[in-house]
Design a protein around this ligand. Structure first.
Ligand SMILES: *[C@@H]1O[C@H](CO)[C@@H](O)[C@H](O)[C@H]1NC(C)=O
Ligand SMILES: *[C@@H]1O[C@H](CO)[C@@H](O)[C@H](O)[C@H]1NC(C)=O
Ligand SMILES: *[C@@H]1O[C@H](CO)[C@@H](O)[C@H](O)[C@H]1NC(C)=O
Ligand SMILES: *[C@@H]1O[C@H](CO)[C@@H](O)[C@H](O)[C@H]1NC(C)=O
Ligand SMILES: *[C@@H]1O[C@H](CO)[C@@H](O)[C@H](O)[C@H]1NC(C)=O
Ligand SMILES: *[C@@H]1O[C@H](CO)[C@@H](O)[C@H](O)[C@H]1NC(C)=O
Ligand SMILES: *[C@@H]1O[C@H](CO)[C@@H](O)[C@H](O)[C@H]1NC(C)=O
Ligand SMILES: *[C@@H]1O[C@H](CO)[C@@H](O)[C@H](O)[C@H]1NC(C)=O
Ligand SMILES: *[C@@H]1O[C@H](CO)[C@@H](O)[C@H](O)[C@H]1NC(C)=O
Length: 831
């Protein structure tokens, strides 16, 4: 997903922030800043496992921290709730807190999302360390986020699995790690009586403040208190979600160790006092005004030159935040928390065993970092849900399913099926308590629906892959998807579908829809139509599996509705550089239509990189969402054979798809553009899919800080991971399209214990031989260009013999992946 309402210019920066640079910059630091490398560098080396087999060497969390990736680069467990990192004041880019540029640091906060569009998310309760206050007077320290914002030491950011650190231009070096529900910080100060702080010399006597603000400055109300004896600061506030409606409450509990407390107090905006130790409803019915407000502790010089801060977080209460911190980090043991995160990631990533021979470090880093990012969100908030009581798991930050259903959830289905089952159960439980499945959900709030009700596809995908684990209530799941298809909610901007009366009667969403059952943004009629059609196909697959044949027939019929917006006469017209109207050979595009059946025109290239790319965000007036009619014309995953017929046959289709990529109409920074990289398979040209995979990796997905082409959404990494492993899912179907792995070979652990191995025969690390000549599955010739999920359940060995030219492998009709109009048995004879 992309930005909400504003179309900001995309920033392209290529600041390479590598540990090596950090160490170099370190050596050049002014002597007065530090007389010795602070402790954290020693700790960093002690946690590095230098053995070449350690996959953590290949995880660079800073990839995608510029160029719109919006990646969270701080320490976190897989799907972890606590996600501490430095927050910066670059509002356009700081959706996840940190950006690898020269923006200023506002503090260090403990909750974040990763890779999202929308406005900055979470970032509540930042801590900010001052090494001392001018004239040793606490009122002279800077309190508000605007005042205290500070430059970083250039190139000082270090990010590793489980660890993040950065130097501020006030002589403080901040290190951080995390557990499930707590962040742990170590603030390092110079070993001197007087220290440099942002232009002044101050006595070494640190003041650490905790501000109730969040990244988006959405707080209303809140409470905070500081205990002058123990130094514990706890409280909470009410905030707004970053791409949704309503409000949520969050709580924290901070404890400190490492120096004596000299003084404590609170602040509101610029005013600090030590007379008041609490603010908000804890003390009176007084409401803390909007903006910076919080509590502070003035410490004596730290005998060991660092102060540790442990911040527990909770969405239930401040007391639960304290309990979380005490349980998970009883002794402030920084190294142990780092090792805990490292071990958790090693275990998660151990499912995949590639043969890495001949591969560059950059390629390996692109793969492993992508796989890693695919497990940052949704976040496991089980036990922290204030909205309903349930024994089911609760995951949040499905942000958004429109982005994640296409690659991320199918990837988790293979590499972490246990987590995917828990996410599916959480979605079904959310339906049970909220009345609808979410399409987008963050911070316990309903997020905006971008197109269809794509949770239907997530559930169908898990269903057709038998991902039950005995724990999924499929009858309730089916009730939920049927509700999406049949019952229009009053507000369909945040759940379900709109225009359902038209959908049922006309078989498309008309441009001039007169929906009176609910309200929502009356735009995107083309993209909603093709998505609703595919969502209904997903429902048909579930109906069929549940033995509901009449339902299956009904939803298969609706799955054919894409045809209603396919205008066979529509030409592809555009203006060339001289303003002259030109057209290509391609005819037949998805177009909007009125209720009375008359076509309406939308430029076929609108909202692609070549024409007005920023006009189709959530506030759009147009008929396609974040993409062009060119793009949405390919969105018929249920019946690519039908589409190929409609556009003039396989050759015309393949030419059209090649043109889409070659002419730059495709934008790989958005998820709907993933599948068209592989749809050559349906035209009998799996080699063209392989060709485009290699154009996009490393051309668009690579190991530089700018190495993600758009918001990561935990999905860009999933796309890359699939591409490296040699297959790509058609989400919702039991279908994976095969291309040669970028590795010599790759093995995946399976539930049966027998590995699923894909091996290239004649592997060429220079990637000149990228075309499959022939294949064998478990020793027998295998002619299909696609495989099914049982390969990842029961294991097996797929060998791909490679050559420099395309071959006839995967070209015969019977070897193509299934389509409604050619696979009669797909839905029990219903096709
Ligand atoms: C820190 O700030 C001072 C001025 O306040 C500036 O002269 C100096 O270059 C800055 N140092 C860094 C590393 O940003
Ligand atoms: C402050 O903390 C001390 C030490 O833990 C405790 O004895 C005291 O009750 C606390 N004060 C308040 C007002 O909670
Ligand atoms: C800060 O203190 C000044 C002077 O006492 C006062 O006028 C102002 O209203 C205070 N501001 C806030 C936000 O409390
Ligand atoms: C406030 O701080 C001053 C020193 O700056 C100290 O003398 C005084 O006792 C403190 N008052 C409280 C209530 O902590
Ligand atoms: C799912 O289970 C059914 C019935 O046991 C079986 O026929 C089907 O092949 C399985 N599908 C997969 C993808 O494992
Ligand atoms: C629209 O509202 C009418 C009247 O309340 C109701 O009968 C009908 O079922 C609704 N249609 C949908 C698709 O929700
Ligand atoms: C259909 O409706 C549109 C918009 O109201 C109108 O411009 C068009 O002329 C109508 N077509 C017919 C055939 O009535
Ligand atoms: C890496 O990916 C980015 C983002 O897609 C792209 O702009 C850049 O050109 C790529 N770099 C290389 C060396 O291909
Ligand atoms: C696979 O293709 C080969 C070569 O075209 C052919 O001889 C063989 O019969 C095919 N096998 C199957 C199972 O269709």
């Amino acid at each position: 997903m992309k930005r909400v309402l504003k179309s900001l210019p995309r920033r392209r920066r290529s600041l390479l922030v590598l540990p090596v640079v950090a160490i170099l910059v370190w050596a050049l630091l002014p002597v007065e800043s530090f007389t010795h490398p602070p402790r954290f560098f020693l700790d960093l080396t002690s946690v590095l496992d230098k053995s070449s087999g350690d996959v953590l060497r290949y995880i660079d969390p800073l990839i995608g921290t510029v160029n719109g990736g919006h990646v969270f680069p701080g320490p976190t467990l897989p799907y972890g709730m606590a996600k501490p990192v430095a927050d910066v004041d670059n509002r356009g880019e700081a959706a996840a807190g940190f950006v690898s540029d020269d923006s200023r640091i506002l503090g260090f906060s403990h909750l974040h999302d990763s890779g999202t569009g929308g406005s900055p998310s979470l970032g509540n309760f930042p801590l900010f360390p001052h090494p001392g206050c001018p004239e040793d007077d606490f009122t002279q320290c800077k309190y508000t986020s605007v005042q205290r914002a500070l430059k970083r030491i250039e190139g000082s950011a270090v990010a590793r699995t489980g660890y993040f650190s950065i130097g501020l231009n006030n002589s403080v070096y901040a290190e951080m790690t995390a557990t499930e529900h707590a962040a742990l910080y170590r603030f390092n100060f110079p070993s001197k009586a007087e220290v440099y702080s942002d232009g002044f010399m101050v006595p070494n006597s640190p003041l650490i403040l905790l501000d109730l603000v969040d990244l988006g400055n959405t707080r209303s109300g809140g409470d905070i208190e500081v205990n002058a004896t123990s130094g514990r600061i706890k409280g909470g506030g009410k905030f707004r979600p970053s791409f949704g409606t309503g409000q949520y409450e969050a709580f924290f509990c901070a404890d400190f160790t490492g120096a004596e407390i000299r003084n404590t107090g609170t602040f509101q905006h610029m005013n600090a006092t030590n007379e008041t130790k609490a603010l908000g409803n804890v003390v009176s019915d007084y409401t803390i005004p909007f903006g910076s407000a919080g509590a502070w502790i003035h410490f004596a010089r730290a005998p060991r030159d660092h102060i540790m801060a442990r911040v527990g977080v909770s969405f239930m209460s401040a007391d639960q935040a304290c309990a979380n911190a005490e349980r998970e980090v009883p002794d402030f043991d920084f190294g142990r928390a780092v090792k805990g995160i490292e071990a958790a990631w090693r275990a998660k990533l151990s499912v995949v065993s590639p043969d890495q021979g001949g591969m560059s470090k950059d390629l390996l880093t692109t793969f492993w970092s992508g796989l890693y990012r695919a497990m940052l969100s949704p976040q496991d908030y089980t036990g922290e849900n204030p909205l309903w009581n349930s024994d089911e798991p609760y995951f949040d930050s499905f942000y958004c399913i429109w982005d994640s259903f296409r690659a991320q959830h199918p990837l988790l289905t293979i590499v972490d099926p246990a987590a995917q089952v828990r996410m599916v159960r959480s979605l079904i439980d959310t339906y049970k308590h909220e009345g609808k499945l979410p399409d987008c959900r963050m911070s316990f709030s309903k997020g905006y629906t971008q197109g269809g009700s794509n949770a239907d596809v997530v559930l169908a995908d898990a269903f057709v892959k038998n991902l039950t684990d005995g724990a999924v209530n499929w009858n309730l799941a089916y009730e939920a998807v049927v509700s999406d298809a049949e019952v229009e909610p009053r507000d369909w901007s945040v759940q379900g579908r709109g225009g359902l009366e038209s959908w049922h009667k006309l078989g498309y969403i008309p441009f001039d829809d007169d929906d009176r059952n609910g309200t929502g943004p009356m735009s995107r009629s083309v993209s909603r139509t093709v998505e609703y059609a595919y969502d209904d196909f997903a429902i048909a697959l579930m109906a069929r599996g549940l033995g509901l044949q009449a339902d299956a027939s009904k939803y298969v019929a609706r799955a054919r509705n894409w045809r209603n917006l396919f205008n066979a006469e529509q030409a592809d017209q555009y203006r060339d550089g001289m303003g002259k109207v030109r057209s290509t050979e391609f005819r037949g595009f998805m177009q909007p239509r009125y209720r009375n059946g008359t076509w309406r025109y939308q430029n076929t290239r609108l909202c692609s990189p070549v024409h007005e790319p920023h006009k189709c965000y959530f506030d759009t007036q147009y008929d396609t969402y974040e993409g062009s009619p060119w793009l949405y014309t390919f969105y018929v995953p249920q019946d690519m054979a039908g589409l190929i017929g409609a556009v003039g046959g396989p050759k015309a289709f393949v030419d059209r798809l090649d043109f889409f990529h070659e002419a730059g109409i495709n934008y790989m920074g958005n998820e709907p553009n993933f599948l068209p990289t592989y749809q050559f398979h349906y035209g009998g040209r799996p080699g063209r899919s392989a060709y485009w995979v290699h154009r996009y990796i490393p051309g668009q997905f690579n190991a530089s800080v700018a190495g993600i082409p758009g918001n990561d959404d935990c999905a860009m990494g999933a796309f890359a991971a699939f591409a490296f492993m040699g297959f790509f899912p058609v989400a919702g179907q039991d279908v994976y399209l095969v291309t040669p792995p970028l590795f010599r070979a790759v093995s995946l652990r399976t539930p049966s214990g027998r590995p699923a191995t894909i091996r290239n025969v004649g592997f060429d690390p220079a990637y000149e031989r990228i075309y499959v000549q022939s294949a064998r599955l478990d020793g027998k010739p295998y002619n299909r260009s696609w495989i099914t999920h049982d390969f990842f359940v029961n294991g097996g060995t797929l060998e791909l013999v490679l050559g420099k030219e395309e071959s006839d492998w995967g070209t015969r009709d019977e070897d193509l992946p299934p389509s409604l109009s050619t696979s009669a048995d797909w839905l029990g004879g219903d096709a």
